[in-house]
Design a protein. Structure first.
Length: 208
């Protein structure tokens, strides 16, 4: 095979980290999920209900929290690579329950957060999470008819999801639930950090 005459590199990509928990929810976790739902869900956007408890990991689902924290550490080490020692921690965590089959959900990002995550508890085949290119307004100035969509030319990317999948991504990355089924349940959370930001003894220093 002839050697390629070119290279294609990804400049300034948006990292989307995907992993799976090998074990299903245990009986205690299943009960805690039911308890959270029974304690009350607030309606949002007519199709989604969000748990009244917005700090689930503070009091419940400790094993699942430990799994998420393990992969947050890998994300930070492999992607952010901070020079200073920072303590990344989960701030809010909440349950999402989708009640109707639909293909529409508003795109959004998570404010006051560095990393966001979603762990999928109950899904059906074909469920997905959509990510949106922040440069879409620039790219759409020239309209191409594309042979196929790929990670380089797409304005939106659909990531399939299934049970026990954890997805981590930068909180500024716009996203939405894609095609999804009724009774889809997921647990979402945000991550921030404590420690030294910026450069010591300069106007950029911030200690939290």
């Amino acid at each position: 095979m002839a050697e390629k005459e070119y290279d294609i590199i990804g400049l300034f990509p948006s990292p989307v980290y995907i992993t799976r928990r090998e074990m299903d929810l245990d009986l205690t976790e299943e009960k805690e999920i039911r308890d959270i739902i029974n304690e009350g869900m607030g309606e949002r956007k007519e199709i989604t209900f969000v748990s009244n408890d917005m700090y689930i990991f503070d009091t419940r689902l400790y094993n699942l929290k430990e799994f998420c924290e393990k992969h947050i550490k890998i994300y930070v080490k492999e992607i952010i690579t901070p020079k200073e020692k920072l303590d990344f921690y989960i701030t809010q965590s909440w349950l999402n329950v989708i009640t109707n089959n639909t293909t529409h959900y508003p795109k959004h990002y998570h404010a006051n957060s560095i990393i966001s995550g979603v762990f999928y508890i109950s899904t059906k085949e074909g469920d997905s999470l959509l990510f949106y290119d922040d440069n879409v307004k620039v790219k759409e100035r020239i309209g191409f008819n594309l042979l196929e969509n790929n990670v380089w030319n797409s304005n939106m990317w659909s990531q399939d999801v299934d049970n026990n999948t954890l997805i981590l991504f930068p909180s500024w990355l716009e996203h939405s639930a894609g095609i999804f089924s009724s009774n889809r349940i997921s647990l979402a959370f945000n991550v921030f950090a404590k420690g030294l930001f910026g450069t010591k003894n300069t106007p950029s220093e911030l200690i939290l």
